[in-house]
Design a protein around this ligand. Structure first.
Ligand SMILES: Cc1cc2nc3c(=O)[nH]c(=O)nc-3n(C[C@H](O)[C@H](O)[C@H](O)COP(=O)(O)OP(=O)(O)OC[C@H]3O[C@@H](n4cnc5c(N)ncnc54)[C@H](O)[C@@H]3O)c2cc1C
Length: 417
């Protein structure tokens, strides 16, 4: 086959159709912009990395964004509400509880599998006439000059030059995950920290009703989260050190459940069944810049977090809401949406949220991984203080619910414009 080369012009190209990239495509669907979304996987929506069976806790703020996008009804029927969050430290006395009624919201958040979320997002994408989906296809190169009013992107629809296509766009949004090709092609530095930990996930059945409570339990072996799901099932995310992860994965179901019971205790009665186990190595990654001329970073491409507090996707959704708003404002004002001046307000707006959530998540991992007795005492006093001092608890709840700081229009449940 001869090399196919065509010049296609878009206003905005989204590299990566994972949960964050596909959500941005939905946010900009039917807006007066020509958009392309490039996704490397030929997802059947049940394949890792993006749309597997992992449960994702959507914060209240994220549910507001999906409400504003008109997608919430379709997501709600596949979700389970979180009414209370219970935080405890195994072998110590401190406990904190966050309650939806105290926060005056219908739910603190919702649990949905990544696969169900993907099905709703991809179902919606087909209805936007301004959107072209290139899939399976990979962004393999990009270039721009000072004089041209666009960047040139190379998209590969296969594995060789014959399937390569060049197209141009005013703005490229990197939503291509932790190993972002866009970030690497542009030599954007990252700060990285390897936690040397692996999250082991599985669905488990319990003998007592979960009553829509999400549990976060810190143990000497690592934090353990249980999210409520339909019926008497919960989704488990159990963080273990890398060196023991393989042996935990290899345990028989009975032994796995026995160890889980020992670490979690009896709050949910007996653990009766465990489904397929999966493993995710964990790291912290933060890009040194969120924008440059003709480029903006969102989601895991900009920041990859430890899943301890279920914040990664929620933080990415606030990137989506802020970037969509700024792009539409700049476009409506007749400005080139790819200019650095047009994108800098996005970076400034998102900086504080990124710093707070990265700091919060990273501190939780490090403080609760430490068994040094005075520190264990201090953090338990901290849990108690948080439980009994209403303003402290409210602040923690606002962060957990994704409602802290200056919120974009979509996160307030309002349309983009
Ligand atoms: C165990 C675990 C539990 C979690 N639980 C929660 C939770 O409860 N709540 C929460 O908010 N977050 C949670 N997270 C975090 C959440 O999963 C991520 O933040 C989220 O998946 C990031 O989505 P993304 O679209 O930015 O990146 P990704 O999901 O990595 O998607 C990137 C996409 O880009 C595509 N791609 C890559 N390179 C290219 C290229 N060159 N060209 C075209 N396409 C490309 C990939 O195929 C992929 O589909 C959890 C994470 C883990 C590991």
């Amino acid at each position: 086959m001869n090399a196919q080369k065509s010049q296609t012009d878009y206003d905005l190209v989204i590299a990566g159709g994972g949960m964050v990239g596909a959500s941005l495509a939905c946010a900009l669907g039917n807006q007066p912009l020509r958009i392309a979304m490039i996704e490397a996987h030929n997802q059947k929506l049940d394949t890792p990395p993006s749309y597997d069976d992992r449960a994702i806790a959507l914060s209240w703020g994220t549910s507001q964004i999906f409400r504003a996008l008109g997608l919430w009804e379709r997501l709600a029927v596949k979700s389970t509400a979180i009414k209370q969050i219970h935080v405890s430290d195994r072998g110590h006395f401190g406990v904190t509880r966050i309650d939806n009624q105290e926060e005056h919201v219908e739910a603190l958040g919702y649990v949905i599998t990544a696969r169900d979320l993907g099905q709703v997002l991809y179902g919606a994408l087909s209805q936007y006439s301004n959107l072209t989906i290139l899939k399976p296809a990979q962004l393999t190169d990009l270039a721009f000059t000072d004089t041209e009013a666009h960047a040139t992107i190379t998209v590969n629809h296969g594995t060789n030059d014959a399937t390569r296509e060049d197209c141009s766009s005013k703005l490229i949004v990197a939503a291509d995950g932790g190993g972002s090709s866009v970030r690497q092609l542009l030599n954007i530095d990252t700060r990285q920290y390897d936690y040397r930990q692996t999250a082991i996930t599985a669905n488990v059945s319990v003998s007592r009703p979960h009553n829509n409570v999400a549990f976060e339990r810190f143990t000497a072996q690592g934090p353990l989260a249980l999210l409520p799901m339909e019926g008497n099932r919960c989704s488990l995310a159990w963080t273990r050190q890398n060196k023991v992860a393989d042996s935990i994965l290899a345990l028989s179901d009975e032994e796995f459940l026995r160890q889980l019971q020992r670490e979690f205790g009896n709050r949910l009665g007996r653990f009766t069944r465990v489904g397929q186990r999966s493993a995710y190595p964990l790291q912290l990654l933060k890009a040194s810049a969120q924008v440059m001329k003709r480029v903006a970073l969102i989601g895991n491409a900009a920041h990859t977090l430890h899943p301890i507090a279920g914040q990664g996707f929620n933080l990415g959704m606030r990137d989506v809401a802020a970037l969509a708003q700024i792009v539409i404002e700049q476009h409506t004002a007749g400005r080139d949406i790819g200019l650095l001046q047009a994108l800098q307000p996005y970076q400034q707006w998102r900086q504080r949220d990124h710093q707070s959530i990265i700091g919060f998540t990273d501190s939780l991992v490090k403080i609760f991984s430490n068994r040094f007795a005075p520190l264990a005492l201090a953090r338990n006093l901290g849990l108690i203080a948080t439980d009994i001092i209403p303003p402290l608890k409210h602040t923690l709840a606002q962060y957990t619910m994704g409602m802290a700081g200056k919120l974009p229009r979509l996160a307030r449940g309002l349309p983009l414009q």
